[in-house]
Design a protein around this ligand. Structure first.
Ligand code: IPM
Ligand code: MN
Length: 367
């Protein structure tokens, strides 16, 4: 059930802590959400699922179709991390993360790239005013559809094909979402299409034509285009040029890791897999970080920010804003670094600091 008009402000959330450090960061996100619900007056009805590597190793199940259908009954999903050192790469990623993204038609992957105050960025001359943009990544198509084949597998003349599937419907709904989002965000009102029209002369020809057609309906939004390689260059040299970037699934995957680095690393980067008409899933975009598991050293801020994005998508804008303010307060005033083990305090303490800052900032807003 979608809940923008959920009058009783009671939200059913599926929680999948997942693998590695996933459970640790989710615990802190839930701590902050609990404080938010107490202060803001909404209710979260949480159901936990043990989907992930451990369960797979015990039962051979990743996520059955029935289990996936079960997730449709929730208002939102909060995911920790997938990826287990004893499970062959790809099994959990495809069978859990991508299965949910595709199965629940979460066709947008929304990834804000925002440098919070006090956070170190490798871009020497750039600050929070320069690094503040959002990537709208297509999340259901492109190279991620898993279409392809081997010809002469294992032989000297082997050929491997991997199809990038781009449908007019899929491209258009993504681009349309990006225009609407740029308008609603109301910052620089500029949308940049990131592609590779000079080489991907079929796929990105469709993206280019669709972008220009849809743009006509948004005369208030400035449009721009950059090839993906140039996008990487500008993200480093002039990140202030970007407001919103829309791009395909594969390019979006790549440029948002670069984005995560310029905003302070995987410890802070959050994203939402959105089905604007259905059930969305929120996650820290870093992985399960097996080597840091169980040591109380991983940074939970990305998971906390994912929780904030979830509240925003559920229509609890004020709580979402207060969570972000609290995170900014903590990055500015409390943490030495955003890197695992170097924060100057532990995972649980970061959660406590955000709760403390949240309580302070929420009170200020209410006065
Ligand atoms: C991400 C991840 C996933 C992706 C992997 C784990 C399949 O890198 O969320 O960006 O490629 O989308
Ligand atoms: Mn990625």
């Amino acid at each position: 059930m979608k809940n923008k008009n959920n009058k009783n402000r009671n939200y059913k959330v599926a929680v999948i802590p997942g693998d590695g450090t996933g459970p640790e960061v989710i615990a802190e996100a839930l701590k902050v959400l609990d404080a938010a619900s107490r202060i803001s007056g909404f209710k979260l009805d949480l159901t936990r699922f043990d989907y992930g590597g451990e369960r797979y190793l015990k039962t051979g199940k990743v996520l059955t179709d029935k289990e996936m259908a079960g997730l449709k009954k929730f208002d939102a999903i909060l995911l920790g991390a997938v990826g287990h050192p004893d499970v062959k790469p790809g099994i959990l990623e495809k069978g859990l993360l991508l299965k949910v993204r595709f199965g629940l038609e979460q066709y947008i992957n929304l990834r804000p790239v925002k440098l919070y105050p006090g956070v170190w960025t490798p871009l020497r001359d750039k600050g929070p005013n320069d690094i503040d943009f959002v990537v709208v990544r297509e999340n259901n198509e492109g190279l991620y559809v898993g279409e392809g084949k081997f010809i002469n597998k294992g032989k000297k003349n082997e050929v491997a094909l991997q199809v990038s599937r781009n449908t007019r419907k899929g491209v258009e709904r993504c681009i349309r979402y990006a225009f609407e989002f740029t308008r609603k965000r109301n910052k620089r009102k500029k949308l940049t299409l990131c592609g590779k029209t000079n080489v991907l002369t079929y796929a990105h020809d469709l993206w280019w034509r669709t972008f220009n057609e849809v743009a006509k309906e948004y005369p208030d939004i400035k449009t721009d285009y950059a090839h993906v390689d140039a996008t990487c260059m500008w993200m480093v040299k002039n990140p202030e040029w970007f407001d919103v970037i829309v791009t395909d699934n594969m390019f979006g995957d790549i440029i948002t890791d670069l984005g995560a680095m310029i905003q302070g690393g995987m410890g802070i980067a959050a994203g939402g897999n959105l089905n604007p008409e259905g059930v969305s899933m929120f996650e820290p975009i870093g992985g399960s970080a097996p080597k840091y598991t169980g040591q109380n050293v991983i940074n939970p801020l990305a998971a906390i920010c994912a929780g904030g994005m979830m509240m925003s998508s559920l229509g609890e804008e004020k709580a979402a804003q207060n969570i972000e303010n609290a995170v900014m307060d903590v990055t500015k005033n409390k943490l030495k670094s955003l890197s695992a083990g170097k924060m100057g305090c532990g995972t649980r303490e970061v959660g406590d600091l955000v709760v403390e800052a949240f309580e302070k900032s929420a009170q200020k807003v209410e006065v």
